[in-house]
Design a binder for this molecule. Structure first.
Ligand code: TYM
Length: 345
């Protein structure tokens, strides 16, 4: 798209979101939340972190528990260090502009773009005729989530890369078709970084750590206590070889590579640095060291999570204030977009 305007000049805005669940895990933390917290410390960036309850209903869900899972995710964000005074925290469904912009983007995105989305194929399974239409257009709503704030950066794990590429395609197509030479929407940069960008299951180093895995031993949950964390790491699948001295030698050793990556992400090191320390040692020595850093890192988060979740009124107050701030930014963007496409109101 050579005639696409890319000279976007708006403010630096960071945005990201997670599915509502009481079970945020180490992958969510190291792949996303940890970077959210770091980004909010830069005063030149405005940060928006939300809970994607509208995406949650693309799959079967329980209406009776959905509000509490939103509270639980909000509590986990804050426990992990997202500061409601510095960042805007809210529930997606509390800001109607997301859905309004998603409709317009449904008419910008092409069917072929969505048909290439691997997450839809994974989630719909074999019987895709029975999947909700919402599940198919899920990435369009995700693009609206991002662009309704004209977000310039989106910190996520590697599994979201394809969705962010679609968001960029939608922005570029909208700018080209409607921008009259001006970049209405930014071409958002994904922030996918560090050894935490893709944390794998503790039971199988070739599949990602996920809340939907039937085995709870496959993941470390943010609310697991010290004993549970140590037990899960002890049970984690490995191979019989000692750790190698170089990253290249981790090739073909998915489980070993994953545990080294987790250690590196938790201690803010590279995998090479971790191997510099542990190369030549067996898992009998490495696993207890990993359990120690995981417990040291996660214990304060799970303590804080338990404290926050017992005060629903406080969480609701934070979410209400966040929604108000979010609406104030999103509403004018949707109004501008509606005008651009020629709508009445
Ligand atoms: P969700 O809820 O599946 O995941 C939330 C965040 O956690 C990251 N993540 C991981 N990172 C590393 N290793 C893992 N094993 C791992 N598992 C999950 C994800 O990459 C993500 O950053 N579609 C999104 C939610 C969404 C969104 C948005 C995100 C909706 N609208 C707008 C950013 C911007 C999702 O389902 O994430």
């Amino acid at each position: 798209m050579s005639d696409t305007p890319t000279d976007y000049k708006g403010p630096q805005r960071v945005l990201s979101g997670m599915q509502p669940t009481g079970r945020l895990h180490l992958g969510n933390y190291l792949g996303a939340l940890k970077n959210w917290v770091a980004l909010q410390e830069d005063p030149t960036r405005e940060c928006f972190y939300f809970i994607v309850d509208m995406h949650a209903i693309t799959m079967p869900h329980d209406p009776a528990t959905l509000p509490d899972t939103v509270r639980s995710a909000a509590a986990a964000y804050i426990a992990a260090g997202v500061d409601p005074e510095k960042s805007t925290i809210f529930a997606q469904s509390a800001v109607p502009a997301h859905a309004e912009l998603a409709w317009i983007f449904n008419c910008v995105a092409r069917l072929g773009w969505l048909e290439r989305m691997t997450q839809f194929k994974d989630k719909a399974g074999k019987d895709k005729e029975r999947a909700s239409v919402g599940l198919f257009t899920y990435p369009v709503l995700q693009a609206a989530d991002i662009l309704v704030y004209k977000a310039t950066e989106v910190p996520v794990g590697e599994d979201q890369k394809q969705h962010l590429e679609l968001c960029r395609d939608i922005a570029a197509r909208f700018n080209r078709d409607y921008g009259k030479g001006e970049a209405i929407f930014p071409i958002t940069e994904p922030v996918i970084q560090g050894p935490g960008a893709r944390i794998m299951s503790l039971r199988d180093g070739t599949s990602k750590m996920s809340k939907s895995d039937v085995s709870d031993n496959s993941r470390i949950n943010l609310e697991d206590d010290a004993d549970m964390i140590a037990r899960k790491i002890k049970k984690a699948k490995t191979d019989p070889e000692p750790l190698p001295a170089t990253v290249e030698e981790l090739e073909g050793r998915a489980e070993a590579s994953n545990l080294v990556g987790i250690y590196a992400a938790l201690t803010n090191q590279t995998k090479a640095e971790v191997l510099g320390e542990f190369g030549g040692q067996g898992f009998g020595a490495f696993k207890p060291a990993l359990a120690d850093v995981a417990v040291e890192y996660l214990a304060p988060i799970s303590d804080e999570y338990r404290r926050l979740i017992s005060d629903k009124a406080e969480i609701d107050r934070i979410l209400a204030k966040g929604a108000e701030r979010a609406r104030a930014v999103a509403q004018p963007v949707v109004a501008e977009t509606k005008k651009i496409v020629g709508f009445w109101g």
